[in-house]
Design a protein around this ligand. Structure first.
Ligand code: ADP
Ligand code: ADP
Length: 228
């Protein structure tokens, strides 16, 4: 479970990006952060995975303050997927997926098995895809590799920041459906950022609607949000 307790972020220039944000994401749920550009979604994600520190408030992972978890431990517990997926261009698909396992010192055979298993899971048959380079993939396929990479060390938590934002609408529909099917298998605790309310309603167990100024405007199930 992820808990945000009155989290505030004020940047050095005085800009308050997130204001007293409190949220709970139960284990195995998909929580969507939705809201207009500039409302603090990415800032929130970056605080959860400790790329930046909150100015005030606390973020807990299963009750433990993330500031007490060492960086490698945190990488092991949270996978991160962003819009411009950031694959290493000179590494093959398989090596990209294996980034964290290699960092954790897994042996070669285990890394290879895990990589193939994940490529299969995200719909990129390893025989066809493991030796390709990122420029030999479509945008949708690159995002699939990003998801596989985030899942590699089997972290309980996935943070996804507009993972389908740069994908054309038809491919995005398919990726969303496959993502929900994948979640039935892997059951991660997921925080998912989007500015698209339709995507929020399609994917979310709970939706946090944020306002410009970084405040939580509403929090509820898709039905509750839609009936407001
Ligand atoms: P979103 O992801 O919802 O578009 P962000 O979290 O990226 O919003 O940004 C929230 C606010 O914080 C915006 O007003 C943005 O301009 C500001 N901001 C983001 N990063 C920085 C930074 N490094 N320094 C100062 N202000 C920032
Ligand atoms: P996007 O829609 O963003 O391009 P997709 O993941 O939907 O991403 O991939 C779509 C394209 O990838 C297909 O139109 C097809 O040309 C190509 N493709 C899909 N599977 C294979 C495969 N097994 N081998 C080669 N190319 C493939």
């Amino acid at each position: 479970m992820i808990t945000l307790d009155k989290v505030t972020k004020r940047y050095d220039n005085g800009q308050v990006a997130v204001r007293e944000l409190s949220l709970e994401v139960p284990e195995g749920d998909i929580c969507i952060l939705v809201g207009p550009s500039g409302c603090g979604k990415t800032t929130t994600m970056r605080m959860v995975n400790r790329l930046i520190e909150p100015t005030a408030g606390r973020i807990l992972l299963d009750g433990e303050d993330v500031t007490d978890v060492d960086p490698v431990g945190l990488r092991r517990r949270m996978g991160y997927v962003i819009q411009q997926v950031g694959l290493f261009p000179h590494h093959t698909v398989a090596d990209n997926v294996a980034t964290v396992p290699l960092l954790l010192g897994w042996d070669k055979a285990r890394v290879g098995d895990r990589t193939d298993e994940l490529l299969e899971l995200v719909g990129l048959p390893p025989a066809d895809y493991r030796d390709r380079y990122p420029h030999q993939l479509s945008g949708g396929q690159r995002q699939r590799v990003g998801v596989a990479r985030a899942l590699a060390a089997d972290p309980p938590v996935l943070l996804m920041d507009e993972p389908f934002g740069a994908i054309d609408p038809i491919s995005r529909d398919r990726l969303q459906r496959e993502f929900l099917r994948l979640q039935e298998t892997v059951r991660k605790t997921i925080v998912f950022v989007t500015h698209d309310i339709d995507e929020a309603v399609t994917l979310g167990d709970r939706i946090a609607v944020m306002d410009v100024g970084g405040e939580l405007a509403r929090f509820g199930t898709p039905n509750e949000i839609l009936s407001d």
